[in-house]
Structures are given as C-alpha cells and as structure tokens.
Write a protein that binds this ligand. Structure first.
Ligand code: ZN
Length: 313
C-alpha cells in the first residue's frame, strides 16, 4: 500500500477562520506535539496582512520555530508576491498560493482577477527560482473552488483543467485541487484528477484539499488515494468550521482520516493514540471552538493496529 502524506492544515486553515488568536507559544505546542505524533507536513500559517488576519501575524516566528523539527515539511500559504517574499525569507519549505477558479471569488478573496493572479503566480515562481537550489522552497498553486463556488455556482470542469495547464506552463512545480466549498463528490474528483493528469502529467498533481461540508470528505479522500493521490490535507478536529454550513466541519478531520488509512493498511507514520492526545490538548487551548470527528468520541477499537493485514505473511 502507498504511504500517504497527511498535511495538517489546522494551524493555518483552522486558526485563520476562528475568532481566537492563539499565542505563538500555544501554536508551537500544537505543532510540536503533532510532529511527535508522527505528522511530517504542517501548514503552520500564512503571510497575509496582520490587519486582515491578526491570527497569522506571527507566522515568520512560527516558521522559524517549526524548522527545528527534523524532517518536518514546514508549509505556508501566501496570497501574493509580497507574502511569497516573506515566506522565502522566513525559510518555509513549501509555499502555496491559492488561485480561485471562480473569478468572483478571487476578486472577493484576494481582490485580483485571473489575469492578475496569473501574473502574481509567475512573479512568485521567479522569486522562488532565484533561491539557491539547496534552500529553494517547493512552490505550488492551490486551485480553490475547483468543485464549485458559493457565488458563481458551477465551475466548469474543462476550465479547471485549462487553468491547471496555464499555471503549470508558468513553471510551477505542481497544482493542488481544493474543494473549498465542500461541493465535490468522488466521481467529480475522479474526472478532475484524471483530466489534469492526462493533460499535464501525474507528477504535476499529487495532493488534494477536501472539505466535509456535505459529508463527502472521507469518500472523496478514499477515491483520491485509490486513484494514486499521495498527499491529503486535513485539520485536527476539522478545525475551521465552515461559514457556508453551520454545524458542518470545514476541513476533513485528521484523526478520522488517519483511522481510515491506517485501518486499510496505508502507512501514514502517525501514532493515532498520540494524535488523539494532541486533539485533547489543543481543544483545551480553544475552548470556544467546535470540534468535529467520530474517532475521538468513539475511541479506538481494541484490535486497532493489529489488523489481519499485518499478520499475512
Ligand atoms: Zn480548507
């Protein structure tokens, strides 16, 4: 079975969508304990204006702190070239910039249309290319609202594939598919993934960012790994919620995702019992927030980790 990389996005995607501004020390505790539980990629923050998102004002410090952990990929999100510059300076290993496929959403989110975003992405790529190879961060573009938009509605599949090709033609290493609004289903995901692969090559799309807004998160994740996707974004306790569907989780829940993958025999490198302890600890730091996921409340079955699969010669 393929080893799967779980990219924890809670400290960025989760924390930037909740009211609480978590202290740098608490963020570091979260990142360190989740690293100790075996998570090897964490999106630790975003380089955005602190007046817009005060929750992310300490991202440079958090990046520096997280770089101490051996073999941890320290990922960040940037909205523009200025953010990209700051991310490079801070020493982030992986930098993502979102490109919203719904132009209306893009205008609202980053105040830029597609043409402007493509030139922003191109400028980021040039900056990244100037970094000496040994320290050069991995740069990718997250295709957000790829499965539909709450403002524009349907996002045409051929357009998603077309935009992926245009982004990759700028020299960007990889695109990721984001179901920002939780509108996707497994068949839709398959068409988009295979469509991009056929047009651009399998190496140029290896990760997806899924939401559980309509309960399709794990079904979509399963279809993704069956197809051969190797990186899945998720967030501890599904932190972040979803502004469009009260009571529904936003990001897929890391604990439930690890349970599914490990039970199936995929290696995630994560100790689920330790991860559940991290959830418990972080939940006490954010008492106001709603925590999602089933594994934490149901507990681990006694035979967990001793599957029949592991015993087959
Ligand atoms: Zn998300």
């Amino acid at each position: 079975m393929n080893p799967i990389t779980i990219s924890e996005v809670g400290p960025r995607d989760g924390l930037q969508s909740v009211e609480t501004v978590m202290s740098t020390a608490d963020k570091m505790t979260w990142i360190e304990t989740e690293y100790r539980a075996g998570v090897r990629e964490i999106e630790v923050g975003s380089f955005v204006s602190p007046t817009v998102l005060p929750q992310m004002a300490d991202t440079a410090v958090v990046v520096a702190g997280a770089r101490r952990f051996e073999n941890l990929v320290v990922a960040v999100l940037v909205p523009n070239v200025r953010g990209c510059e700051a991310a490079i300076e801070a020493g982030a290993h992986k930098i993502s910039i979102p490109l919203s496929l719904s132009e209306t959403h893009s205008q609202k989110n980053v105040r830029r249309n597609h043409k402007q975003m493509l030139s922003e992405i191109s400028a980021c790529q040039k900056l990244v290319d100037q970094v000496p190879l040994a320290e050069r961060p991995y740069f990718e573009v997250g295709l957000s609202t790829a499965f539909g938009c709450t403002i524009e509605g349907l996002v045409e599949e051929h357009f998603v594939i077309e935009m992926a090709a245009r982004v990759l033609d700028l020299g960007v290493a990889e695109v990721g598919l984001s179901d920002t609004t939780g509108m996707g289903n497994p068949a839709h995901l398959e068409r988009l993934v295979t469509g991009i692969w056929q047009r651009c090559g399998e190496a140029r799309l290896t990760g997806v960012h899924l939401h559980n807004t309509r309960g399709q998160g794990l079904a979509n994740a399963l279809r993704a790994i069956e197809l051969g996707i190797t990186t899945l974004d998720s967030s501890l306790g599904g932190l972040g919620g979803c502004p469009f569907a009260p009571g529904a989780s936003g990001n897929i829940v890391t604990e439930d995702l690890v349970f599914m993958l490990e039970s199936m025999g995929h290696e995630t490198g994560i100790d689920l019992e330790a991860l559940l302890a991290v959830r418990h600890q972080v939940a006490t730091l954010l008492p106001e927030e709603e925590w999602f996921g089933f594994t934490a409340s149901a507990g681990l079955p006694e035979h967990f980790g001793k599957t029949a699969l592991a015993e087959t010669p």
